[in-house]
Design a protein around this ligand. Structure first.
Ligand code: EPZ
Length: 437
């Protein structure tokens, strides 16, 4: 098992470079199954989730090759002859559930495992299933699998309203609708940049879609889609994470440059809150330059679907509040209980408490290094952030969570001035109990 060892106190100088987006690459990979032939996706991050999804896709028949050196994925979907996504793989990554829409769109049938539980409370896929039924699928749940089929081998299309708005369900319904017999409409659709870029790729393949980026998407099904070559977007959550690292771990007054991110994808709410903390930030088409102030203002945030404040940046925001002069809150309206990082941040001395879906942070407490445990991707990176500003050494355990969403995090941070390295360790095993005779 790997951990990251962070020696606090060395300032972040930069520059940092943003890689390709995980949450856009995954639906792009699913989209390639809708065309008979070979598609290529560039700027794909070398992440555990990309490798897991490549394995899921291979089970269905396509050939998938990933060149980590050039960040290029090549998918040959001439053959999709086994429309199944097995539990063993789906349980590793929820987004594997995109195979439902991809296989329904390509084969008119699918057997896809339900994703299983999540640490943050219920994350159902009921909207994905009900939406697919509204588009004409016949669905049964059997032994933990969704068994779906389209009468006559092809979905009809239809209309469905998402409540709440859902990134994953919007993506799955688009995958099902683009090759349906008739037209479809998705109401209260997700407007996240990941969804828009994915929809643009489908259009490049020949799909007829209107309303991307709005809350109503109209699709006219077509008989065939063509393979394509497509450039993945930069990762907006990685960009936001680096901006928050610069605002907390850089020397006050010393600008840190972050390259190759698309700041428009952060959403206006995040940008407004970030500026309100007193950080100086400069946006150009290629770079974001962040200068930490002597004093950070405590700014409370509330997450919301795009263009609202991203839930995937709230854990990192709590660390900024730990350095701010005063008290502020973080409320997550997307997930009930996405605060698994809180007890770990408390171990580092941060004064933070949770009630319902709101965390309250009292800034200014001394932060001291300790052993802490990652529980998921964004919680894990908030622990690395806290370790960068702590006194002494922080050991962030179970970094396999971070490897799911940040490519070479410790390498990028080390090249930007942080004293951090990866080490193997043994998880503590219960000593064998002495049998008392
Ligand atoms: C995507 O998850 C992202 N994952 C998540 O990022 C992100 O947190 C989330 O969108 C919100 O922005 C990927 O893109 C792979 P949702 P997704 O469906 O699609 C409820 C990360 O750190 N809901 O938009 O699973 C759901 O419970 C990950 O990179 C239903 O009730 O999120 C949640 O409360 C973590 N029924 C809300 O909608 C459904 O059928 C939004 O979830 C579907 C969702």
């Amino acid at each position: 098992m790997d951990k990251l060892v962070v020696h606090g106190g060395s300032p972040l100088d930069g520059p940092l470079t943003v890689g390709g987006s995980k949450n856009t690459a995954l639906p792009l990979m699913a989209a390639t199954l809708l065309a008979e032939g070979t598609s290529r996706i560039t700027n794909v991050p070398d992440l555990r989730d990309v490798r897991t999804f490549s394995n899921v896709i291979r089970v269905a028949g396509p050939a998938v090759t990933f060149d980590a050196g050039t960040h290029t994925l090549t998918l040959d979907a001439a053959t999709v002859n086994h429309p199944v996504a097995p539990y063993e793989l789906v349980k590793k990554m929820r987004a594997s559930f995109y195979m439902l829409g991809a296989l329904m769109g390509r084969c008119g049938e699918a057997k896809v495992s339900l994703p299983g539980g999540c640490a943050w409370g219920p994350r159902p896929v009921d909207l994905h299933i009900k939406g697919m039924e509204a588009f004409g699928a016949e669905i049964e749940l059997e032994e933990g699998y969704v068994q779906a089929s389209a009468p006559g081998g092809r979905l009809d299309g239809g209309s469905f309203r998402l409540e709440p708005s859902s990134v994953g369900a919007t993506i799955n319904l688009l995958l099902g609708a683009v090759r349906a017999r008739g037209g479809s409409r998705i109401e209260n659709a997700a407007r996240e940049p990941d969804v828009v870029r994915f929809g643009e790729a489908l259009r490049d393949m020949g799909a007829q879609i209107d309303g991307l980026g709005t809350d109503t998407i109209e699709i006219q099904g077509v008989d065939r889609l063509e393979p394509t070559s497509f450039r993945n977007t930069p990762d907006r959550i990685e960009l936001g994470t680096y901006m928050l690292m610069a605002a907390t771990a850089a020397e006050p007054g010393r600008p840190v440059e972050i390259r190759e991110g698309t700041h428009e994808h952060l959403g206006q709410d995040f940008k407004d809150c970030f500026a309100e903390t007193g950080v100086d930030v400069e946006y150009t088409p290629e770079t974001v330059t962040v200068t930490r102030p002597e004093h950070l203002r405590p700014v409370s945030i509330e997450t919301a679907p795009y263009p609202g404040f991203p839930t995937d940046l709230q854990a990192q925001w709590t660390v900024l509040l730990a350095l701010a002069d005063g008290t502020a809150t973080v409320t997550d309206t997307i997930y009930d209980d996405r605060f698994k990082h809180v007890p770990e941040l408390q171990r580092l001395g941060i004064d933070i408490s949770v009630e319902g879906n709101t965390a309250t942070v009292e800034g200014g407490n001394p932060i001291k290094g300790a052993q802490v445990m990652s529980t998921d991707l964004r919680a894990g990176v908030s622990l690395v952030m806290a370790g960068m500003i702590a006194d002494g050494t922080t050991h962030v355990l179970r970094v396999y969570h971070l490897d799911r969403g940040y490519e070479d995090l410790e390498g990028k941070l080390r090249r930007a001035g942080i004293d951090i390295h990866r080490e193997e360790y043994e998880e503590f095993e219960e000593p064998a109990r002495e049998t008392v005779s």
